[in-house]
Design a protein. Structure first.
Length: 532
């Protein structure tokens, strides 16, 4: 049985998918919600949100991602960071997954990855779960209905949460697998229902393809001033550093909250929706994101709720800290209609410093920007990956190492070139701890972070006095209106100054040790920035 809008000339047989019980093509949101409820995949919540638990996996499985090692990518993949799978093992995995699919129902969504038609990717998502179809319909970009008649996928993603891989037979690590084959333009996902794997697999793909076109792929959120796309800002950062929260400024136009490209024409969103964390979410602080959790067809993932009243518990992390909601961009009133912006005027790198050493904001030179971009220092927050239960200091190069198939210097040099060409101002913003390290200090006040960002984006921060940070050599403001001056000098927030100095020396040493692996590949000015 086939249902939904489909181009008959491009059915699933182009990928060898045959013998399915039924295929549902390009169902719209009400039909996907209905199918998911009927199939028992989750529950209809207040306002029509779809409430679902992803079971065993409530975060990404980065160690189970693989790239098929073929001659076409042998010399361009960063193999130290990407697991390799033999072509023969992938072929066995593909054949076994196709056999698993026979006699089952599947949901197909034909979607775009990228708001800029010149650089977008046409992706066919084939999902075993109806709600995964709903999720990717939110998170990628939806073609107009008439465009589906001529849609031809350039890549296909097949996601079968019920399929278990065989490490010995399929050349993987566990029964969970995410395998990407560039020669076959095919991604296979098995044994995980965590929906984020769908979008991150496409992001990884774009991270490989776009640099060849001179486009910088970015793990960042982005917004611009109302009516002024030339005043675009991008916010780099890992999950939990504030990309979604800080870019969702009601006084600015939201381009997107997670993944963007920077081309010769400007900034463009890869996605058509948002995937926001909901743990401790409050309507008072983030009213529009909060309201999406009671919106029809929003996917509410791994949140605890009252079984009788369906009231969501935003503070209950018993399933995971990584509770989330997925919704289309149009759910946010100030979202961009076209997902496009100008060249970034401000580049903001968000870090969650669990050591309590970093200031709340610092101005970076272009060389310092590349240094901190390649370093990607932050703390992984609880829940975003399996096994992370408390903030863990880490260096995730380019603020997104798990999604970087090429060597970090490729992205670093692209960023450095674009900053030099456009004259963008770069800032490092710490949303982590102050007054002590994790466990003794406190999180940076969100009000202070917002005030500093507002000053950076409207240009007033550039006019205040600055001092040179003794640890990292970047410029730190001495005083900013509406911000406690004590916060601006982290050492002043610590009761034990000697303890701060020791912590700072430790962190600087960690930076230096981590950055050593990039020294052979970078320019002298970046090496100088590394020395502070």
């Amino acid at each position: 049985m086939t249902t939904g809008r489909v181009n008959p000339a491009h059915l699933l047989d182009h990928q060898g998918i045959t013998g399915l019980r039924s295929v549902h093509y390009n169902l719209i949101e009400p039909a996907l919600v209905e199918a998911a409820v009927v199939r028992g995949e989750g529950k209809l919540g207040l306002g029509g949100a779809f409430l679902v638990s992803t079971g065993q996996f409530t975060g990404r499985s980065p160690k189970d991602k693989f790239v098929v090692r073929t001659p076409s990518v042998e010399d361009t993949i960063w193999w130290d960071n990407n697991g390799a799978m033999a072509p023969e093992a992938f072929d066995r995995l593909h054949a076994d997954m196709l056999d698993y699919m026979k006699g089952r129902d599947f949901f197909v969504q034909d979607l775009y990855a990228g708001a800029d038609p010149e650089h977008r990717l046409d992706v066919r998502m084939v999902t075993e779960l109806a709600w995964h179809g709903l999720f990717v319909r939110h998170l990628l970009r939806r073609p107009a209905r008439e465009e589906l008649d001529s849609f031809v996928p350039s890549w296909t993603v097949i996601n079968c949460p019920g399929f278990k891989a065989d490490p010995a037979r399929h050349g993987c690590r566990t029964e969970t697998v995410i395998a990407m084959n560039f020669d076959k333009r095919l991604i296979l996902i098995g044994n995980t229902a965590y929906a984020g794997e769908n979008k991150k697999s496409v992001f990884t793909l774009l991270n490989y393809l776009l640099p060849e076109k001179g486009v910088m792929p970015m793990h960042c959120s982005a917004n611009h001033a109302p009516g002024k796309p030339e005043e675009t800002a991008v916010f780099f950062g890992l999950s939990g550093t504030g990309k979604t929260t800080l870019s969702a400024d009601p006084g600015r136009v939201l381009i997107g909250d997670d993944e963007h490209g920077w081309s010769d024409r400007g900034t463009f969103n890869f996605e058509g929706g948002c995937y926001a964390k909901t743990i401790n979410l409050r309507r008072e602080a983030e009213p529009e994101i909060y309201d999406t959790t009671h919106r029809f067809a929003t996917v509410v993932e791994n949140m605890v709720y009252d079984p009788d009243t369906l009231v969501l518990d935003f503070d209950d992390a018993s399933l995971t800290e990584n509770t989330r909601c997925a919704y289309p961009l149009e759910a946010i009133s100030n979202a961009s209609a076209n997902g496009l912006g100008g060249h970034p005027k401000n580049v903001i790198m968000l870090t969650c410093d669990a050591f309590g050493v970093m200031p709340p904001v610092a101005r970076l030179t272009p060389a310092q920007a590349m240094y901190h971009f390649l370093s990607g220092f932050t703390a992984k927050t609880a829940g975003t990956e399996r096994g992370v239960t408390e903030p863990t200091p880490t260096f995730s190069t380019c603020f997104g190492a798990p999604f970087m198939p090429r060597r970090p210097e490729v992205y670093g040099k692209l960023l450095q070139e674009k900053i030099a060409r456009t004259g963008a101002t770069c800032w490092l913003v710490n949303t982590g701890w102050t007054g002590g390290a994790y466990g003794t200090g406190r999180r940076m006040p969100i009000q202070a972070t917002r005030a500093l960002l507002t000053a950076a984006l409207d240009g007033s921060l550039a006019t205040v006095p600055f001092r040179k940070d003794p640890n990292f050599g970047f410029d730190v403001p001495v005083s900013v209106p509406d911000v406690d001056e004590t916060l601006l000098n982290p050492r002043d927030t610590w009761a034990d100054k000697a303890a701060y100095d020791a912590q700072a020396r430790k962190l600087v040493g960690m930076f230096a040790e981590n950055f050593g692996k990039y020294v052979p590949f970078i320019d002298e000015d970046v090496k100088a920035a590394a020395l502070g």
